[in-house]
Write a new protein. Structure first.
Length: 717
């Protein structure tokens, strides 16, 4: 213990030696910030800050160490002087003590705070001090200057102050110059170096009202898009009476929604249909009028009216524009409408004539007096070959389907989808017809569908089958080994006529998972996952759950043999072992099959006895199989001895018989199969049901078979 204490004392001494030993701390500051008359640092409210630095004298070091940021700072009165990391800020007028503490040492210094100005005063136009409140009319000029006073010295500080208004809707202020805008009350305030001065303005209008000179029904202005602009005029009535004054050009006109109407010096222009308001104001008086803009037309119709696809070398496309007015009369406006192309690089438009210029897409729009409509135009390059994504199509009578995608090869070898511009035909319209981009099956049989464009053709064979009712996959759940290719499930179709057909080669498999790759006839898992595959054929589909997992190297089944009574069930457990050593329970995933369903059945992990006999169940997972024998035996109902008691003389014998009664109703002699035990061998012994009297007394002979027991009492005299 003493040695341990010495070691620890030595360690503590080394640790202290590693730290700096501070002997004292001291302040450093700019001499211009120190007032010798008050023996304190000088600060001013909202003015330049004072920087105070702390140095520590460290034992063994010739240079002082700057520790300002490590010091604990404190002000005796933060309402007068604040300190943060050695920076002093004046807050109010007075003196505070600033202290700094570091490594157990504390030093302090006084700091005074004062205002740059004792007071600031608002001076109005006439040179007099601004009153606390002032009444003024819009249109009168008003400006303030600001004087700052320190002791007996006064100076103009107008440009240095921060000016503000409490209500910018009534008046604004810029370096003391007031702009009167509206009727009401506002407070004008000037702030400078912790001081402020203000005055309240009560602003009134020299006019009692402003009116629009036009006579409007219910104060409502109604305009049709495309009609001439409407000219409004405004005049004001002075409070003092007298003639009204026209103010149309000088008043402020505002549209509440310039997307509907615009207004400038009373001139109203309709932009689009809708309802809004116009406000006109002049020196504190204003009025508002409601505006309704309508279109004279119900709608515009284009022909063609849907998207249009054309080749670069195709002739111009002529689009017709027709409008329907509110009286239900039609009017052709192709030459008078405003036509625009959203991409003039691709195509231009002039009075409805669209000229293709380059490969791409554009939107052609016709606008006529408030109604407009657009169609999308796609321009394709020249082609040199055609191909189709699928060479066969399956269908059944009376259904329709999308025509396959047609791809064209361009001059530079680029592939372009030209499905929208090819022309399709059917070789046998009794079997299938084509209309609106779709094929329709009419009767059982085959027809060749041909796509044509610029002299090039490509074909697809359409076969009309019997109507399918249901698709059936050979498995519902499937496990595949990570990284190994596995055949896709087999799929059959059950047709309307009851016939079944293997269509594995014709179904289309899809999945939303990225953890598996689907090939033509196989699949390959990319990551451990559980996912769903869906096979589609015509209008039917079937799904298979697939689990991508590590390879199972061993299957262990428990129990290895199943013994059952008729009507009773037992569970079978299968444990799979992965390459990594991990285990997984597979009992319900083994796709069990039973050898003889008349003896036993199997569902998930449960095996049920049906009748007496032997069979087996077999299952597989990842190609590995297990077989479990199943023995169904009759259930024992009761045991019956040939006698309940016997009396023997010493040396005498008795051959007992044991009968087993089963639930099947077929009794059996099980004497030789039972286990026989004597309770007292000195009185009687038993072997295979044969009892031998040994000595006088009584003994119980017990026979046990299939879990049941019966006894016979033996008396030896």
């Amino acid at each position: 213990m003493l040695a341990f204490a010495m070691i620890m004392t030595s360690a503590v001494g080394v640790a202290h030696a590693a730290d700096d030993t501070v002997t004292s701390i001291e302040f450093s500051y700019d001499s211009d910030d120190y007032d010798n008359s008050t023996s304190s640092l000088k600060t001013f409210v909202e003015d330049d800050k004072v920087n105070l630095t702390v140095f520590a004298n460290v034992s063994g070091l010739s240079n002082k160490k700057a520790v300002t940021s490590d010091v604990t700072w404190k002000s005796s009165n933060t309402s007068l002087v604040k300190v943060e990391n050695g920076v002093l800020t004046g807050v109010g007028k007075g003196t505070a003590t600033i202290s700094a503490t570091y490594k157990g040492f504390t030093i302090s210094i006084k700091a005074t705070s004062d205002y740059v100005y004792d007071s600031i005063t608002l001076i109005q136009n006439d040179g007099k001090n601004a009153p606390a409140s002032k009444d003024i009319e819009i249109g009168q000029a008003l400006a303030f200057t600001l004087n700052g006073t320190k002791g007996s010295t006064t100076r103009d500080v107008t440009d240095d102050a921060a000016w503000s208004t409490s209500n910018s809707m009534v008046a604004t202020v810029d370096d003391g110059v007031i702009t009167l805008l509206g009727v009401g009350t506002t407070t004008i305030t000037a702030k400078l170096k912790g001081k402020s001065a203000s005055t309240t303005l009560n602003v009134t209008s020299p006019y009692k009202s402003i009116t629009l000179d036009q006579v409007l029904s219910s104060n409502l202005l109604q305009i049709d898009i495309g009609s001439d602009d409407v000219k409004l005029t405004a005049s004001v009535a002075p409070k003092t009476g007298g003639a009204v004054e026209p103010v149309t050009d000088t008043a402020k006109w505002v549209s509440a929604n310039e997307k509907i109407i615009t207004v400038k010096k009373g001139v109203v222009t309709a932009v689009s249909a809708g309802k809004t308001t116009i406000n006109v104001s002049y020196k504190g008086v204003s009025t508002t009028v409601d505006v309704v803009v309508r279109t004279a037309y119900q709608s515009i119709k284009l022909s063609p009216e849907k998207e249009y696809h054309m080749l670069l070398q195709a002739p111009d496309l002529h689009i017709q524009a027709e409008v329907l007015n509110n009286s239900n009369d039609k009017e052709n406006v192709t030459t008078t409408a405003e036509w625009t192309s959203s991409n003039v690089i691709v195509a231009t438009v002039d009075k409805g004539k669209v000229t293709p210029k380059a490969v791409g897409t554009t939107k052609i729009t016709a606008n006529y007096k408030g109604v407009s409509r657009s169609i999308d135009i796609t321009v394709y390059p020249s082609i040199y070959a055609l191909s189709v994504e699928s060479e066969t199509i399956d269908g059944y009578k009376d259904i329709s389907g999308e025509l396959p995608v047609v791809t064209a090869t361009t001059f530079d070898g680029t592939k372009v989808d030209v499905s929208k511009i090819v022309e399709w035909s059917s070789a046998n319209e009794k079997v299938a017809t084509i209309a609106d981009g779709k094929w329709t099956a009419k009767a059982l049989g085959d027809s060749v569908l041909t796509a044509s464009l610029q002299g090039y053709k490509t074909e697809v064979k359409l076969t009309v089958h019997v109507k399918p009712l249901k698709l059936v996959a050979d498995v519902k759940d499937l496990s595949i080994i990570l990284g190994k290719e596995t055949s896709l499930p087999t799929v059959k179709v059950i047709n309307e006529d009851g016939e079944e057909e293997d269509i594995s080669s014709r179904v289309k498999w899809k999945t939303t998972s990225e953890d598996i790759v689907l090939k033509e006839t196989t699949m390959k898992g990319l990551d451990v996952a559980t996912l769903t595959l869906t096979a589609t054929y015509l209008t039917k589909s079937v799904s298979v759950k697939v689990k991508v997992e590590e390879e199972i190297v061993k299957l262990v089944v428990d129990p290895v043999t199943i013994d059952l009574y008729p009507g009773k069930s037992k569970s079978v457990k299968v444990t799979g072992y992965y390459k990594s050593g991990k285990q997984v329970s597979l009992g319900s995933k083994m796709n069990w099959e039973v050898g003889n369903a008349a003896i036993a059945t199997v569902s998930s992990t449960s095996v049920k006895g049906v009748s007496v006999g032997t069979t087996k169940i077999s299952g597989s997972y990842q190609g590995k199989s297990v077989v479990v024998p199943v023995v169904v035996v009759a259930k024992l109902k009761s045991l019956l001895l040939s006698s309940k008691s016997v009396q023997l003389s010493v040396g005498g014998t008795y051959a007992a018989k044991l009968q087993a009664n089963f639930t099947t109703g077929s009794p059996a002699n099980v004497t030789d199969s039972a286990v026989w035990v004597s309770s007292k061998a000195s009185v009687a012994t038993v072997v295979g049901g044969k009892i031998v009297a040994v000595g006088k007394g009584t003994a119980s002979i017990k026979a046990t078979y299939a879990g049941k027991s019966v006894t016979i009492r033996v008396t030896v005299k």
